[in-house]
Design a protein around this ligand. Sequence first.
Ligand code: NAP
Length: 247
Amino acid sequence: MDLQGKISLVTGGSRGIGRACCFALAGEGCGVAVNYQHNKDAAEDVVAELKNNGVEARAFQADISDEEQTNVMIEQIMNEFDRVDIVVNNAGITRDRSFLKMTRDQWHSVLLVNLDGPFNVISALLPQMCERKWGRIINISSIVAQMGNFGQANYAVAKGGMIAFTKSLAREVAKKGVTVNAVAPGFIETDMTAAVPEEALDMVRKMTPMGRLGRPEEVGRAVRFLAAQEASFITGQVININGGMYM
Ligand code: NAP
């Protein structure tokens, strides 16, 4: 159990990719703070299942785009677990619209959750990781950062920013024992893609050499690898998990 005794925070751990990350980390014995925004029942279900698997787990509500809510959550996590060793910046939203029709609010809300959110979480937790000389930050970016996508200029900017953030921060904290990496999933079967029209998903399948969408567990396994001791010399990297859609 590579991560026995470590504590992780997974933002947006109640559903989809975040949920899969919680189980992947717990599979290595890692305790999990499961963050959610609205879906308390889903988060509590994850926690119950994690506890059944024998790891420490608790759900924490916060809108990570809100600095104050994030700080309160981090304080609650500290009271419960004493520290956080691994952060998975997973919580994210889309507000799709072609750029000609995109409102300022749609632009800002995506940047606020997908970029300011990780800023709020990392700012609060990085000092203690540096002090302990061990930490793992794993950012969930997207294939859209690399390829662009019709109707997702706001999302592509946020996810591209996340990759740039990953590389810059990795350089800053490498000597402090903290690694910072990203994963860039292609199209994964979650509630987020359930909102995409079926004909668009068919197009995605056609553009993907493996001919299918990915599964959340397939992202969770890469996150678990980046969190593990085995990944000790890997930092500032982006792992693509996309069935070959972008190479
Ligand atoms: P999802 O099924 O829509 O789940 C989103 C999760 O984020 C939920 O747990 C939600 O909490 C949480 N969340 C949303 N806004 C939040 C906020 N302001 N504060 C705290 N939590 C918040 O999404 P997903 O498909 O699993 O995507 C997870 C991440 O992977 C996102 O960053 C997404 O951009 C990225 N990604 C997804 C795909 C894909 O194809 N699905 C591909 C590439 C990248 P509640 O349950 O409380 O609502």
